[in-house]
Design a protein around this ligand. Structure first.
Ligand code: PLP
Length: 402
């Protein structure tokens, strides 16, 4: 009889197979046990036919990857510990000293910070282009341009670019495109099929998604994905992912798997409430501009209509307001502080509504011509009742600006 501790570690009981429940089981591992040495030598993780080490995949992460491919219309997926790590994986994999990367001027801030920090230090240059002007992008693509980042809509200013034209410009020049698809989330439009029905399909090469937002849906998980439709491009990204030792925890993958089935319903609810509140704000004198792609006066509204006004399409739960210049920063800060349901915090996609004031002038190379002067505040609309959120905006305006 073996020692009790030994027996507990090597316990012979195996539960019956065939257990089924709405949620899949969760597999946690660093070590993966091989049945024998031959299997250990033969098992391949790169094509997901087997398991070799927790970092290279478990049934839980393989399952999440496949469901995310279905969501975004891709064929291969990598999981990373944050949306920003997903952005960085793309950059580190595809860019080398002497290369240039182009970013839209409204790019997710930390993507620019990465370019200004690590990439610059490694001799990789970057330029920003006007996302609302495809000719500006065309003019900035040069012989050293290896990668162009796209975003639709911009995450703070919500202007909607002519995404199809931007992709066409890059394809004509043979430059890879990477879309930060966090806003669209695989629901507002299909990133790999921007002209549904057309053959060949027009699409981005890489879709990066901050799963932290709608796929998590709880404001309690950090994760990112990199999705592709090209096996060799995926393998290049995957080998960088492997060499850098990037992976995600099983509990976090489980949280996203649990939230994914309700994502489309949640996205629609965020969208509906955000549109009602954005329209309400449009009628308020305190604001000189309301930015939400479904509003007729919002920059790029026509492009949003073309790409997202489909039966399954839509818009996320974000909108921004620009306050009349007569209000000073103290008053706008007081407005943000006076909100009770919209809480002050970064990120979005969870049940709780959030607010954040931005210093737009410091974030852009120039103040865009299509934006009115004033201070910008962004709202991320949660899942609370629209009447309660509207009352909250009203009381905060009254308390701080009256
Ligand atoms: C939040 C966000 C990211 C980064 O996601 P993290 O998981 O917070 O690192 C990237 N892009 C956009 C547009 C985002 O909103």
């Amino acid at each position: 009889m073996a020692d009790l501790t030994t027996t507990l570690i090597h316990h012979p009981y195996v539960p019956p197979a065939g257990f089924a429940a709405p949620q899949p089981g969760v597999f946690k591992a660093s070590t993966v046990i091989f049945p024998n040495v031959a299997a250990m030598r033969n098992f391949e993780w790169k094509d997901k036919t087997a398991y070799t080490y927790g970092l290279h995949g478990t049934p839980t992460t393989y399952m999440l990857e496949e469901r995310l491919c279905t969501l975004e219309g891709g064929l291969q997926c990598l999981l990373l510990p944050s949306g920003l790590a997903a952005i960085a994986n793309v950059a580190l994999s595809l860019l080398r000293t002497g290369d240039e990367v182009l970013l839209p001027d409204n790019a997710y801030g930390p993507n620019k910070v990465l370019a200004e920090g690590e990439l610059k230090a490694w001799g990789i240059t970057h330029q920003t282009y006007d996302p609302m002007n495809p000719q500006d992008l065309a003019a900035k693509i040069g012989p050293r341009t290896r990668l162009v980042w796209l975003e639709a809509a911009g995450s703070v200013t919500l202007e909607f670019p002519d995404l199809r034209e931007l992709v066409r410009v890059c394809q004509a020049r043979g430059v890879l495109t990477a879309l930060d698809n966090t806003w669209g989330a695989g629901l507002a439009f299909a990133p790999f099929d921007l002209t549904p029905g057309a053959s060949p399909a027009l699409g981005v090469d890489i879709s990066v998604h901050a799963l932290t937002k709608y796929p998590s849906g709880g404001g309690d998980v950090l994760m990112g994905s990199v999705i592709t439709r090209d096996a060799s491009l995926h393998m290049k990204l995957k080998l960088t992912h492997m060499r850098l030792g990037l992976g995600v925890g099983a509990n976090d993958a489980e949280a996203v798997l649990r939230a994914l089935p309700s994502m489309a319903l949640r996205y629609r609810a965020h969208d509906e409430t955000a549109r009602i509140l954005a329209r309400w704000c449009e009628a308020r004198a305190e604001f000189v501009q309301v930015l939400h792609p479904a509003l007729i006066d919002s920059p790029g509204h026509g492009h949003w209509l073309t790409l997202c006004q489909t039966e399954s399409g839509g818009a996320a739960g974000l909108f921004s307001v620009i306050f009349d210049e007569k209000f000073n920063q103290d008053q706008i800060d007081a407005f943000c502080n006076a909100l009770k349901l919209f809480r002050l915090g970064y990120s979005w996609g969870g049940p709780m509504s959030l607010v954040m004031p931005y210093e737009l002038a410091s974030m852009r190379s120039t103040w865009p011509v299509y934006l009115r002067q004033g201070t910008l505040v962004r709202f991320s609309v949660g899942l609370e009742a629209v009447a309660d959120l509207q009352a909250d905006l009203q009381q905060a305006l009254q308390a701080s600006l009256a």
